[in-house]
Design a protein around this ligand. Structure first.
Ligand SMILES: [Zn+2]
Ligand SMILES: [Zn+2]
Length: 385
């Protein structure tokens, strides 16, 4: 999840170009020999906030000294893509290609690239640039850049064009924002680690989750199911709160000890003061006052799900007072921490639960995500396009 405040959005060039002679000579899938670019690409774009996703041909920029060119194979479908695409968070610049859970293989590198080579298996998450010199950037927390993180899509890039995301065949990204993927992890599984995985891993680390801690995970979707697996692997005892009764068995399989069906009117009183930390992943307005009483003294409720800006969450005036609780939030993780998460998943054999879809089915996938029917992450498979 990325919050809108991080984005340096605005009107500007769309990043679109007319098809080049090089593209005309290719098969349209970027399968030609790869030079220094610009590189022909195609992706599933929105032309308005209420339209369907349609195929758009465009170009990725020529390689700068520190850029790597990535032939994309997979991209996870995040609820944030829908929030952006439907303008739940802010005005967007169209056409817009969403997707920030990218995975693919490096096919060309700039002259100064040192971390990757042609053939490297890589991922890209929610951001592709930052200022590099502010305090957060120097601390490896580029997602909190004081001068504005450049998001993977819908942000104005350093060359003035708007970034376009991972529902596409190709991308060119500065190597400092590229994550190496070990051979043990399928690229299809790597995609969802880039947003869903790191968004939950970072706060679980920040609040020192480990053995002896009781962690509540609210919402069992793309983020929640990764949070359950990761927190369990960290040694915590996990309680999942879900509104979907039919997800209870899955929650146990992912490592939850306790599952609470959190529907309106359900009695949560027997779980009062039972949790050391709650990670709330629900991306819509919901009742936080039901959750806070589950926290022990001084414990924190951290909300990483971001709903519509027109429908904010609220806390009652006494909610936090009763047990000196804290309310917090967290945005993805830094590049270094994302690399650490990938290693953690490899070490503990953690993988997202995915359903591969062809790109023509993205509209259908978005509908299913909103209807809570994803089990648990749709991943666009570009290897067959
Ligand atoms: Zn996301
Ligand atoms: Zn910065």
């Amino acid at each position: 999840m990325m919050t809108t405040a991080l984005a340096a959005a605005g009107a500007g060039a769309t990043g679109l170009f007319k098809p080049s002679a090089a593209e005309a000579a290719s098969d349209g899938n970027g399968q030609r020999s790869h030079g220094q670019g610009p590189f022909p690409a195609e992706g599933m774009a929105l032309y308005s906030s209420h339209g369907p996703l349609e195929l758009m041909k465009f170009q990725r920029r020529a390689l700068g000294p520190k850029d790597v060119a990535i032939k994309l194979q997979f991209c996870g479908v995040c609820h944030s893509d829908i929030h952006h695409g439907r303008e739940h968070w802010r005005k967007e610049t169209f056409p817009l290609i969403t997707g920030h859970e990218l995975a693919g293989v490096v096919v060309a590198v700039g002259s100064s690239v040192s971390k990757f080579k042609v053939g490297s298996r890589v991922g890209v998450g929610c951001m592709v640039n930052s200022c590099r010199h502010c305090g957060p950037c120097e601390s490896g927390m580029e997602q909190y850049c004081e001068n504005g993180t450049v998001l993977t899509y819908g942000s104005k890039d350093r060359d003035g064009t708007m970034t376009q995301g991972g529902y596409s065949t190709f991308n060119v990204v500065d190597e400092d924002f590229v994550i190496g993927i070990p051979d043990a992890i399928d690229l299809a599984h790597a995609g969802p680690m880039m947003c869903a995985g790191i968004t939950v891993y970072s706060p679980l680390r920040r609040w020192s989750i480990g053995p002896g801690k009781k962690v509540g995970v609210v919402g069992l979707g793309g983020l929640g199911h990764m949070a359950t697996k990761i927190a369990a692997a960290m040694g915590a005892e996990v309680t999942v709160l879900t509104t979907s009764r039919n997800k209870a068995e899955d929650a146990k399989r992912f490592g939850a000890k306790t599952v609470i069906v959190n529907q309106d009117g359900a009695d949560l009183s027997k779980h009062k003061r039972s949790l050391d930390f709650i990670l709330d992943t629900v991306p819509y307005q919901h009742d936080l006052d039901r959750l806070v009483p589950l926290l022990k003294l001084d414990a924190t409720l951290c909300l990483v799900g971001v709903g519509k800006v027109t429908e904010p969450n609220q806390l009652g005036p006494f909610s936090l007072l009763g047990a000196r609780n804290s309310f917090a939030s967290s945005a993805i993780g830094g590049v270094r921490e994302t690399q650490e998460l990938v290693g953690f998943c490899a070490l503990h054999d953690i993988r997202p639960e995915i359903t591969k879809i062809p790109r023509e089915k993205i509209d259908d996938a978005w509908t299913k995500v909103v209807q809570k029917e994803a089990r648990y992450r749709f991943v666009i498979d570009m290897t067959r396009t």
